[in-house]
Design a protein around this ligand. Sequence first.
Ligand SMILES: Cc1ncc(COP(=O)(O)O)c(C=O)c1O
Length: 402
Amino acid sequence: MFKKDFPIFENNKNLVFLDTAASSQKPKKVIEDMTKYLETSYANIHRGAYDLSMDSSLLYDKAKEKVAEFLGAQSHSEIVFTYNATYAINFIARSLVKSKILNTGDTILLSKADHHANIVPWQIIADEYDIKLDWVELHEDGTIDYDSLEEKLPGKKLLALTGASNVSGEVSDVTRIKKMIDTLEEKPLFLLDGSQRFPHLFTDVVASGIDFFIGTGHKVMSDTGIGFFYGRKDLLRAIDPALCGGGAINKVSVEGYLPAGLPFRHEPGTPHIAGAVSLLSALEYIDSIGGYETIEKYEDELVAYTFEKCKNLPKGVKLIGGDENTPRMGVFAFTFENHHPHDVAEYLADQNICVRSGHHCAEPLHNALNIGASLRMSLYIYNTKEDIDAFFEAMDTFFKTF
Ligand SMILES: Cc1ncc(COP(=O)(O)O)c(C=O)c1O
């Protein structure tokens, strides 16, 4: 239904693209809007009195308004553009310690289900500032153990958790987590890595009590090099940015500098303006097809269809994560008893089927499951049941042949 909107499929006949969890394809609208912007309106933002600069600034700010709307945020000044999710989390981690919101002796609660992007930045500041890390336990299938989360939450300064796993596809229950946080007198900050969640599901950051929400443009049909984070306004104000320079200051003298207002104090240097335009365009595309509601309905069908197919997996093939009763998105990772996932991925690549093999930047999760690597197929709105059939048929043939 939506495949026709994506030129990559016109230009690559018989392409079966099942690697959106790594990066999504772009609809024609995004490609055209970016090109049009570069051809007609491009200039640096917030610095020129001339029309091109004003137009660029308007588009850049409009992109933030759109992201704010997609998150239920109160204001576009709570949205900070970054280069990707990894940059955003590193920036927040460094800024929290610089601002003494996180201090030596504090403990941060993390999960092994997370992507390295939401682990390593915390490990770096833990090393540097003697901050402690604690880990939410996982169930045997790799899903989050909410009893462990509840038990470990008291006394923590920050919970940094994935919004949806890029391996098991599990969608974190933010309502349940908010309830746990609400019972605590000393409330930890709640950071949700929404990199995999934002393209597929609506998250109301205010209703969910989220203090920081992270997103990355290339997984939601925009260009690479544009990401964002939402930060609660009082927190964004309290944070002294760890990185600064041009564009992020109000005043500089030889004695020192005064950071700019929100959100620009957190965006040093010239940003990826065309990337912001691509993000705006991608979110407008989502609006044009009926919003998150359409995406969720369409993908729920694909997920249910994939689970049907998983009932007849070849011998020795196992699906990671919870069953169909677990809140899940269209991310499915498999392990093989007698074959390396790379060999299966290569065989699928020969049939023009694009999947991922490896640890998917989630080594702690793979370690917890006692596996070295897995093969991941992931879905988005341009996928069809035929794509899913092609994947399972090719797997069947592989296991019959080798
Ligand atoms: C859950 C999750 N978080 C963070 C990231 C990092 O995104 P980026 O490489 O755009 O910074 C990814 C990318 O795969 C991811 O899946």
